[in-house]
Design a protein around this ligand. Sequence first.
Ligand SMILES: C[S@@+](CC[C@H](N)C(=O)[O-])C[C@H]1O[C@@H](n2cnc3c(N)ncnc32)[C@H](O)[C@@H]1O
Length: 491
Amino acid sequence: MRLDPDTVTGLRQALRAAGYGYDAVATLLGPVAHTALGRNETTPGLRVTGGGSPLETLTRLWPLQATVAGRDLDRALPDLVGPLVAAGLLTRDGGEVRAAVDVRPYADEGHQWWVVSDLTPGLDQAAVEVAPDHVLGISPASTSLAQLTVRDPVGSALDLGTGCGVQSLHLTQHAGTVVATDVNPRALDMTRLTAALNEVDLDVREGSLLEPVAGETFDLIVTNPPFVVSPATGTRLVYRDSGLPGDEVVRRVAAEAPRHLAPGGRCQVLANWIHRRGEPWQDRVAGWLGGSGCDAWVVQREVADPAQYVELWLKDAGAQHRPGWTERYDAWLAWFEEQHVEAVGFGWLHLRRVEDRAPVVHLEDWPFEVEQPLGPEVADRFRRTDVLAGADDEALLGSRLRTRVDVRQETVGEPGAADPEAIVLRQQRGMRRARRVDTVEAGLVGACDGDLTVGQILAALADLLGEDPAALARDRIVAVRELVADGFLLP
Ligand SMILES: C[S@@+](CC[C@H](N)C(=O)[O-])C[C@H]1O[C@@H](n2cnc3c(N)ncnc32)[C@H](O)[C@@H]1O
């Protein structure tokens, strides 16, 4: 898997000369074939890439994982096929060549990269059992974490469980130094190759969880850890099964990562957690964060019942259409039952180290559509948390807040009715939150334009309604805090 520097340089130049970039491949495939490839179907793509140009040949070789003619590939990768076969990146059979690993164009916000990973298993409905040391390519979870990550400039960053190195590529755009760790030596080889191809500097280290960075601190830690909640029986797929019981891997990350954060540092994690009978998920996850010294914003995005969860991950392992499906399904369900697991939650943990005050921990369910990238909203939420933590009720009433520009008011009611049955404030961007409010809250949010203080607006509303201003302010202060925390009102 290791390539000498001259071969890496030659490969980079050949990929550039062929125009092998994300947009070019998407354009070549067209929307139908591109979307089909996203569903792991290559037939539409093969129909539109038969012209033999270098870009078509490379698209057939890597994204479509097809056999290509050696003479076509020699034109696309001049003098490189032999060295790439020797290094194990390609396999040759007579005059035909196939990819042994993937080299995939990837782009985000004007940056173009190539990412090296294992081939996508199970293309075109092929029944393929995934290898235990499989190195995952760019997955929906990878892009989700990348879009959640706060991209403020930082001195140092850690990509824990780097896999193909995709998070590290992003981190090199805004971190002075980037450490990339993994337990899988094949993943580290691929990350090194990803880094070399893209000419970025990574400090690549082998080891489990935070062991490779003992005694070090970072301004940002990101991780999409092997969080699948599975019994310790059967084949362990290192990219998703930690080998630890239940959701212990996420507990360990949540408990240990804060010790590796510099003051003000952030840790962002994609995670699964167990819903155990009799224990609210919020108590379980909040319990992991006690004593972390971090503000925490935890969002549960989805909940799968045991059967949905088992099916999802058995299919991910390529176990469908294979002998043993029923036995493995049954064993996994039996293990869930023994562990009193009623469901599994999927979501995000955002942590930020605070120094001079008590941490604020907020856990919520938000299963509705959001607008990615949410990194800026994560940063803003922590900034608003700071403002709220530093403001007592009197200070908050004295503050001049502004309604976020994307907040819209919706009213629902019978046609022709004098008053609405319900008023909802809805954000059009970011978390796209909706909040049911009454006329006082709607009036408050409508009047917050940075001119009058919250106290003045509430006093005017009390006057209109014939209520006691002090009582109204007292009654509404919790709502004001929530409206600020959730970004309807900005400090
Ligand atoms: C779900 S993949 C994420 C890969 C990549 N960071 C991404 O966002 O797509 C999880 C990665 O964690 C690695 N891993 C598994 N167990 C680990 C451990 N104990 N310590 C560190 N990394 C581990 C796996 O090899 C795999 O590369």
